[in-house]
Ligand binder design. Sequence first.
Ligand code: GLV
Length: 344
Amino acid sequence: MADAMSSRASAGGPGEGRPRVLIARAVFPQVVQRLRAHFEVEDNPDDTVYTRAELIERLRGKAGALTTGSERIDAEVLDANPQLRVVANMAVGYNNFDIPACNARGVLATNTPDVLTETTADFGFALMMAAARRIAESEHFLRSGQWSRWSYDMYTGSDVHGATLGILGMGRIGQAIARRGALGFGMRVIYHNRSRLAPELEAPLGARHVDKATLLRESDHLVLVLPYSAQSHHAIGAAELAQMKPTATLTNVARGGIVDDAALAQALRERRIAAAALDVFEGEPSVHPGLLEVPNVVLTPHIASATVATRRAMAELAADNLIAALTAGAPPTPINPEVLGRPR
Ligand code: GLV
């Protein structure tokens, strides 16, 4: 495939006017304006989530696309749009991209790492605390008018400070959550990851690399921060939940599908773990009905990176990638930089 990029039909090259790009979902108007300075832009101010057929149609003639996790870019979409040269995801996760299919066709894929790390870690920590201290559950109780008196065991949860924080997936966000736990809350940090952290990263956190069984057995509060892939599908299912402490909490700020939501709903219903907090779901925006029925789970609509500043930084970084890729610059955060060197 040495000349894959050159063999893709050209879109908006020299002499054909400015490149055309699709902004697949609504985004900050300033970012749309910025892209209009470089490209012929088709945007989506109504924020329609395109069906697959619509996405394929909207991509016709486009050299680039600014996408989100709701747009799946795979062989079928790429083959229907051979002129497409770059897909810039406004997300750090990119399981909506088939990277081997992009590679095979010389399509550059980019994501938005780093700019969301601390914001997402804040939210993961907040969710974990909400589950441990039963904040959402007790708030619902109060709002529903049921609070009539103080009692010694009302909404007793488990401590966060001094507890064992378990992290599954110790990338940038996992490390940022571990920092909060170790340095701010005196937590003992254990983690499981494909590769062990360098000693200079482990040492300040006192973090201990353990096997998955130890992580499940010893964590008081287990936080999932690993990318979704075929390998991580249902990394936490009935068998794993059965190994956790009955007092433990489980927090997922990674991706739906890493947890078997049906198995989790059952474990929560049977109080086989104390509580959970989920920002992501299998098949979202649908949520497993069993999760909606149990009180001991905090549910949020995929907002871990949602501060104004961070969403703006993500959109700008996605735009930086698109602009650089289509104007001969160096895209700051490519996922598959190997396609960049290929002749066009
Ligand atoms: C959000 O889920 C992201 O991957 O950035």
